[in-house]
Design a protein. Structure first.
Length: 195
């Protein structure tokens, strides 16, 4: 059993979007389509992979993203930015990634966005589109960022009432006043009479 401290509070969601030059069924897309199963399997076996959006066919190419049927989205969740980068840029995924301009038109605006989600939450297409829009309007922020300009996840550890907390003594000036002991009357001392 893993220690609770080892379980992250957040995971990295990422999306990338593109408009195919041709419909997915077009033979000119066969180089892309022919590698989908291989690349998706590679992603699922990669260290850090958590989840990816897919339909009954095993990929997301037929999911309706916008009113344009040639717009395709990829949406996945990873444990960390580094593990996503290793898959994207240091694996067999790199070859089809480098050929993307052959199959996809240039995208107006950011085509990739990343953000942190609570562990176990799965983002939707609507979430992905909103993060791409946010990145386009504000640039890289903790709410939507690029892999080149990542932000760290929110606090990885939240103290609870059951945690042991070490408290450092507060430096004082002057005499230290000891607190009452068990069974001691805790009412304040009467003020001395002045006069």
């Amino acid at each position: 059993m893993r220690d609770v401290d080892d379980q992250p509070l957040y995971e990295l969601a990422q999306t990338n979007i593109g408009r195919a030059r041709w419909r997915i069924e077009d033979l000119r897309m066969s180089g892309f389509v022919g590698r989908l199963a291989e690349i998706n399997e590679l992603a699922e076996r990669s260290p850090g992979f958590v989840w990816r959006l897919k339909d009954d066919s095993g990929n997301a190419t037929h999911l309706q993203v916008t009113s344009d049927p040639r717009v395709i989205i990829n949406l996945s969740v990873w444990r960390s930015v580094e593990e996503l980068k290793t898959f994207a840029y240091r694996s067999l995924h790199l070859e089809p990634f480098q050929l993307r301009r052959h199959w996809f038109e240039p995208w107006e605006g950011p085509h990739l966005a990343a953000w942190w989600v609570p562990a176990g939450r799965r983002p939707t297409i609507e979430d992905a589109l909103a993060r791409l829009d946010l990145l386009a309007r504000r640039g890289s922020t903790p709410e939507a960022f690029t892999i080149k300009q990542p932000f760290p996840p929110p606090a990885r550890r939240v103290a609870t009432a059951f945690d042991v907390v070490t408290v450092e003594p507060i430096p004082t000036e002057g005499p230290v006043i000891e607190g009452p002991t068990s069974g001691t009357d805790m009412s304040p001392d009467p003020l001395p009479a002045t006069g």
